[in-house]
Design a protein around this ligand. Structure first.
Ligand SMILES: Nc1ncnc2c1ncn2[C@@H]1O[C@H](COP(=O)(O)OP(=O)(O)OP(=O)(O)O)[C@@H](O)[C@H]1O
Ligand SMILES: [Mg+2]
Length: 261
């Protein structure tokens, strides 16, 4: 578990984070949701330890925060922009070169498998990959470290529908084994798989709650997109027709079936 308590951060005379408090649980898939400019990336950079807060604390009850930060993977928003190696293999293996060759090969193989790509891609020049493949290789180069915690900054950005589904599959493959934090301004691709949600707006946290207790009215007020079936569910709940606001499509269908009884 990671607890953030009253985190504040200013830069260039601008107060970017104001008393942010929230928590993240081990082996859950947590979402940091909020509109553009809410402070999500800044918060993520503090959690990873790239920058330091002006005040407030990060608490890791089971050990030293610095240790967990070291073992935390961070997938940047457009990670494929930072490719430098001549082959995909070297791109992924670069950070684990001191692990011994057998271990290195084994880890690279697993990392490519986890993102759903075939081993043939390892000999390719990263520059020749498709956009979606690049994104997946960039993720491989982080998961190859076997991080305990991993942070994804807007992993769905720039991907088409198929790419988004592939990304969702990668997250599902990791779910339950790794503690995952996903920064996003759109909950749609994650709506049936997230466990925990932190809503941010204007530099502060609005809530930090398990998925089933999400406050949709607050999400709507913050100005982020709400999946259509949930919007309909919110309206029908207001009309006392639905008992609950359905998170997934199957929950939605269940509520509809309940109407006819
Ligand atoms: N180094 C900096 N100097 C000045 N302003 C900054 C700096 N870093 C962040 N900001 C400002 O802080 C605010 C929050 O930025 P941040 O990148 O954390 O938002 P975000 O929620 O990740 O937004 P997005 O969804 O657009 O990525 C923005 O208004 C941004 O311009
Ligand atoms: Mg951001």
């Amino acid at each position: 578990m990671l607890i953030l308590k009253n985190i504040s951060y200013s830069i260039a005379g601008k107060n970017i984070l104001k008393s942010v408090s929230c928590e993240f649980h081990a082996r859950m898939l947590s979402v940091i949701l909020g509109p553009s400019g809410a402070g999500k990336t800044t918060l993520a950079r503090i959690v990873k330890g790239f920058i330091h807060q002006d005040s407030g604390e990060i608490i890791f009850p089971r050990g030293d925060v610095k240790d967990i930060q070291k073992r935390m993977g961070f997938v940047f928003q457009f990670p494929e922009d930072a490719f430098f190696a001549e082959t995909v293999y070297d791109e992924i293996a670069y950070g684990i070169r001191n692990f011994g060759l057998d271990e290195e090969k084994k880890r690279v193989k697993e990392a490519v498998h986890l993102v759903g790509l075939s081993q043939e891609i390892l000999n390719r020049d990263p520059a020749t990959l498709s956009y979606g493949e690049k994104r997946r290789i960039a993720i491989s180069s982080v998961v190859v470290f076997n991080p305990d915690w991993i942070m994804f900054d807007e992993p769905f950005s720039g991907l088409d529908w198929q790419g988004k589904n592939a990304m969702k599959k990668i997250l599902m493959n990791m779910k339950g084994k790794t503690s995952i934090m996903v920064i996003t301004h759109d909950l749609s691709p994650l709506v049936d798989i997230f466990d925990w949600i932190v809503l941010m707006n204007r530099g502060t946290t609005i809530f930090s709650l398990p998925a089933e207790r999400i406050l949709w009215d607050e999400v709507e007020t913050s100005g982020v997109n709400i999946p259509f079936h949930i919007k309909v569910g919110m309206e029908l709940k207001k009309e006392n027709l639905f008992h609950n606001i359905p998170l997934t499509l199957s929950e939605f269908v269940k509520e509809i079936k309940g109407l006819s009884r």
